[in-house]
Design a protein around this ligand. Structure first.
Ligand SMILES: [Zn+2]
Length: 424
């Protein structure tokens, strides 16, 4: 029945036309799928011009502002809000100027990672507003192989899109700090060591990325597996024992031993003339030297070939010596705590170049501090044990590459799991 079909078709078209006119369609409408080759509308004429300028060396704030058209303005509100220590060469100021005007109507400057100052021109003068820049934490997992040094491994295997160069350096320092009682990254690492780290990075509303903190880590160093889980602001191993020990592995401010964390190699002049009874850390003059453990200073001064030396007595007949110092920053009888600065690296006494000579002695006999068994750290409090286990489980899932729960906006979690290709 062709006629009936035509009628039906007409009826359908008519119904569609009616729906169309009424704006009510009986089915969901696909939005905006219109492919019309049409020249894009010309962008609206700009109403403002935005520019940036940098504070030059030795320049005052009013000089910079004057160069940008802000002359003889009352800056007191701004000056009050701006910490003068932040007012350094290189600080970037952003200006917004109406096209039809010769004076900017807005100026902003980032005075710290968390703060921005904004000056807005009003009829009666300039108004200063302090804005807080929000940083959102994002959890990600990075892993890879250490072939030369921790820093080099992180630098090569963590992409810029996950963490920029500066943030990677901070991550290396933070990891060195987590393991400061277990690993001397300048000499303990071996080819093929492995790292797997869950960390928090912070992303600002403007898209800047910086390092936040280490949440958990699995390190395989020279055949040793070293898990670490953050709990209550401290790090514990998988049995709930604190990573903290009575002695630091390396009593030199680690981040300054060598900028690229390469294995420090040093040939002391002492080596040829007598048995070498310690560990040498090559570091530039002035690098802070720290007490390896809590104790009492029993020597602080000139000591022959040792040059300027500090000796500390600890518990259990242990003493530590720090030699060739350029400066001594403690005195005999002083009580020192682990990590406290006691002097600076130098080349006094029999030293061919700046380095720290460190000795670990037990009952007067020098021992290789790396071979001294330091036992377990304090365990998690009994009352917090269940809480720790739960926390460790969720961190372990992240270490194993599971997507981060909840608060990971912007990028989907699997994309954040950087399984760096392990090159051998
Ligand atoms: Zn030495």
């Amino acid at each position: 029945m062709p006629r009936a079909r035509i009628l039906l078709a007409v009826a359908v078209i008519a119904a569609a036309a009616m729906f169309s006119l009424s704006g009510k369609w009986p089915w969901p409408r696909v939005r905006e799928v219109v492919h019309v080759a049409e020249a894009p509308a010309p962008p609206p004429a700009p109403t403002h011009v935005e520019t940036a300028d940098t504070l030059h060396r030795g320049e005052t704030l009013s000089e910079l502002l004057g160069r940008n058209g802000i002359i003889a303005a009352d800056l007191s509100g701004f000056a009050d809000a701006l910490d003068p220590r932040r007012l350094r060469a290189g600080l970037v100021f952003n200006f917004r100027k109406p096209v039809a005007d010769s004076i900017p109507d807005r100026m902003t400057v980032r005075t710290s990672p968390e703060q921005r100052l904004m000056m807005v021109r009003l009829a009666g003068g300039w108004d200063t507003e302090v804005e807080t820049i929000a940083w959102e934490p994002q959890v990600l997992t990075v892993s890879g192989t250490i072939n030369h040094s921790l820093y080099e491994a992180l630098d090569r295997q963590v992409s810029d899109s996950l963490l920029g160069g500066g943030a990677r350096e901070h991550l290396a320092w933070a990891l060195a700090e987590v393991y400061q009682w277990a690993v001397d990254f300048t000499r303990d690492t071996r080819q093929g060591d492995h790292f797997n780290v869950v960390l928090e990075r912070l992303v600002s509303e403007e898209g800047d990325v910086r390092f936040g903190r280490v949440l958990a880590s699995e390190l395989s160093i020279n055949g040793r597996d070293l898990p670490a889980y953050r709990f209550d602001g401290h790090f514990f191993d998988d049995e709930g024992n604190s990573l903290k020990r009575a002695f630091l592995r390396a009593p030199v401010e680690f981040r300054r031993i060598s900028s690229n964390f390469s294995r420090a190699r040093f040939h002391p002049v002492l080596g040829r003339t007598r048995k070498h009874e310690g560990t040498d850390y090559a570091a530039s003059t002035g690098t802070p030297v720290m007490a390896a453990g809590d104790g009492t200073v029993i020597r602080a001064g000139r000591a022959g070939g040792y040059g300027n030396m500090v000796e500390i007595r600890h518990r259990n007949g242990i003493t530590t010596r720090y030699a060739h110092l350029s400066r001594i920053q403690t005195k005999v009888g002083a009580r020192v705590t682990q990590g406290q600065q006691i002097g600076k690296v130098g080349a006094t006494g029999l030293a061919s170049g700046p380095h720290l000579h460190y000795e670990f002695r037990v009952n007067g006999v020098a021992k290789d501090s790396r071979r001294v068994e330091l036992g377990n750290g304090a365990p998690v409090e009994k009352s917090k044990r269940a809480q720790f286990e739960a926390e460790m489980d969720s961190l372990q899932r992240l270490l194993d590459g599971a997507p981060a729960p909840g608060n990971v906006p912007a990028v989907s979690a699997p994309a954040l799991v950087a399984q760096a290709a392990s090159r051998s």
